[in-house]
Design a protein around this ligand. Sequence first.
Ligand SMILES: CC(C)=CCC/C(C)=C/CC/C(C)=C/CC/C(C)=C/CC/C(C)=C/CC/C(C)=C/CC/C(C)=C/COP(=O)(O)OP(=O)(O)O
Ligand SMILES: O=P(O)(O)OC[C@@H](O)CO
Ligand SMILES: [Mg+2]
Length: 230
Amino acid sequence: MDFKTWQHVFKLDPAKEITDGHLERICKSGTDAILIGGSDNVTLDNVLHLTERVQHYQLPIVLEISTIDSVAPGFDYYFIPTVLNSDNLLWVKGLHHKAIREYGEILDWDELVPEGYCILNADCKAAKLTDAQTDLTTEDVLAYARLAEYFFRLPIFYMEYSGMFGDMELVEKVKRVLVETRLFYGGGIHSVDTARKALAFADTIVVGNIIYENIDKAIETVEAVAETAG
Ligand SMILES: CC(C)=CCC/C(C)=C/CC/C(C)=C/CC/C(C)=C/CC/C(C)=C/CC/C(C)=C/CC/C(C)=C/COP(=O)(O)OP(=O)(O)O
Ligand SMILES: O=P(O)(O)OC[C@@H](O)CO
Ligand SMILES: [Mg+2]
């Protein structure tokens, strides 16, 4: 099990309700992994509750940390965002420094995977929370991708369009400048067609909100992977 081989992941929001039936369909869909995370109302209680339900299924499970108080044990990986296009240092390295200062001695570093976020939808909650500078040129975004790979040596560069389908020409250009760093794309994947378009350039696609809006459409996105592999 290695996140570098994943092409499709579902992101489940612990602050949102999901029925047992829908959760079963998500976990048995053929997706590569379940990522648990959200940008608001994430608590230790709702993370523990959702994690326990997902652990029933045999697939990799990741916690994408958004607050230190909601970190629970038992995940295969802990993905840790650093928002490269925020000028508010809290979201770039401030909370990270505080967490490492407190828990550095007991952390299992092999489980921790830093993600270089580039948030590109000004209207998404994460952009507002982190004061992300989303009015970026192509050159700006390519520079963030290179910063992630060659300066910070981050294993993941995450183009985050949460809530809208992004600019696939830009995703293609970013993919061309990355070598080792994995390109994650998330935002507005609501069908096999949008999944296919994003997967044409991104290494890994992340499917989130549609799970709660149209479960059939969400499940359908996994088909794009089978097509790519075949
Ligand atoms: C108890 C114990 C032993 C603890 C150990 C803790 C541990 C493993 C520490 C690791 C060390 C470390 C470096 C931790 C970092 C801590 C931290 C709080 C970092 C900040 C992360 C960050 C920048 C968060 C900002 C928000 C963000 C970018 C979230 C990503 C997820 C996201 C965008 C979800 C989408 O949100 P959603 O709610 O779905 O929004 P929409 O409305 O758009 O759909
Ligand atoms: O919710 P959507 O728009 O699918 O985006 C997925 C993910 O990138 C959110 O962090
Ligand atoms: Mg969401």
